[in-house]
Design a protein around this ligand. Structure first.
Ligand SMILES: N[C@@H](CCC(=O)N[C@@H](CS)C(=O)NCC(=O)O)C(=O)O
Length: 246
C-alpha cells in the first residue's frame, strides 16, 4: 500500500493522462476509482473546492488537475526519466490539448453515447468500485445521466460542434507531425505533450495497452468517424505512443 492515492473516474481520459505520467516516471501510488457524486464529497473532505478528477492525495498535500499532477511527478521522480516540463513548447501543446481536445472529445463521445446509448457508458464507470457503490451507481444511473447531460451541455447539435472542433485540432496535430518529427514537441524524447495527446485521443482508437479499452464501446456514428480518422498521422502516433511507452 502506498501513501499516495490517485482518485479517478475509470472512464476519464484526463485521469488516464495522470496515471500514465506517474507510471512512466516510476512513482508508486494506489488508484481509487470513485462513482460520480461521491467524487465531490471525497474532494471536499480533502479540502478541495471542486470535485474535478483526477486528484492526488499525498501525505503533505492534495494536488488536483492532470497538468499539476504531471508537474509534481516530473519534479519528484528519481527514475532518470523526464516528461520535459521545462520545455515551453511541450507545456503549450499540452495546455491547448487539455483545453480543447479533452473537452471536445468528451462532449463528442457523451453527446451520442450518454444521450442515446447510456447503457454502454455505465460499465466503464463501474470499474474498480466497491460492490456497494456498484449497486448505488446502477440505481442512480438515470439521474446521473440527466445531470451529466445538463452539466456538459450534451446533444446532437453540440456533438456535431465538438466533432468539428476535434477535427480542426487533428488538422493542427497532423500539421505538427508533417515535418517528420517523432515527438509532438520535437526533440528525441517523449514529453508531457505526447502523453496528453495520446491519453485524450485514445477513446477514438482504443489502444490495447490502455487499461479501459476493452470495456469502452463506441456509439455507432462516433465509431464510423473514428474509423475514418484512424489512418491520420496523429492517430497512428497515438497508437505508437501507447505501444512503445504505456
Ligand atoms: N483540465 C482538467 C480537467 C479535468 C476534468 O474535466 N475532469 C472531469 C472528468 S473527465 C471531472 O472530474 N468532472 C466532474 C467534476 O468536475 O465534478 C484536468 O486536466 O484534470
Amino acid at each position: 500500500m502506498s501513501n499516495r492515492t490517485l482518485y479517478i473516474f475509470s472512464i476519464s481520459h484526463y485521469c488516464e493522462k495522470a496515471r500514465w505520467a506517474m507510471d512512466y516516471l516510476g512513482l508508486d501510488y494506489d488508484v481509487q476509482p470513485l462513482m460520480p457524486g461521491k467524487h465531490s464529497v471525497v474532494a471536499k473532505s480533502l479540502g478541495l473546492a471542486r470535485g474535478s478528477m483526477p486528484f492526488l492525495r499525498l501525505p503533505e498535500q492534495v494536488i488536483q488537475g492532470s497538468d499539476k499532477i504531471v508537474d509534481w511527478a516530473d519534479s519528484v521522480t528519481s527514475s532518470g526519466r523526464s516528461l520535459q516540463s521545462d520545455a515551453q513548447l511541450a507545456c503549450d501543446i499540452e495546455q491547448r490539448l487539455d483545453d480543447l481536445v479533452g473537452v471536445h472529445v468528451r462532449r463528442h463521445y457523451y453527446s451520442e453515447a450518454l444521450v442515446e446509448h447510456p447503457s454502454i457508458v455505465l460499465p466503464v464507470f463501474l470499474r474498480g468500485l466497491s460492490w456497494l457503490d456498484k449497486i448505488k451507481l446502477r440505481m442512480a444511473w438515470p439521474m446521473i445521466c440527466k445531470r451529466m447531460i445538463k452539466l456538459m451541455d450534451l446533444g446532437s447539435k453540440q456533438g456535431q460542434e465538438s466533432l468539428e472542433i476535434v477535427q480542426r485540432e487533428l488538422d493542427w496535430l497532423d500539421g505538427l507531425l508533417s515535418d517528420g518529427r517523432q515527438f509532438l514537441a520535437g526533440g528525441s524524447e517523449l514529453s508531457r505533450a505526447d502523453i496528453t495527446a495520446a491519453s485524450l485521443l485514445a477513446p477514438y482508437v482504443l489502444p490495447p495497452e490502455h487499461s479501459q479499452s476493452m470495456y469502452v464501446k463506441l456509439p455507432p456514428r462516433l465509431a464510423q468517424t473514428a474509423d475514418q480518422w484512424r489512418s491520420r498521422p496523429i492517430m497512428q502516433k497515438v497508437l505508437s505512443f501507447y505501444a512503445q511507452f504505456r
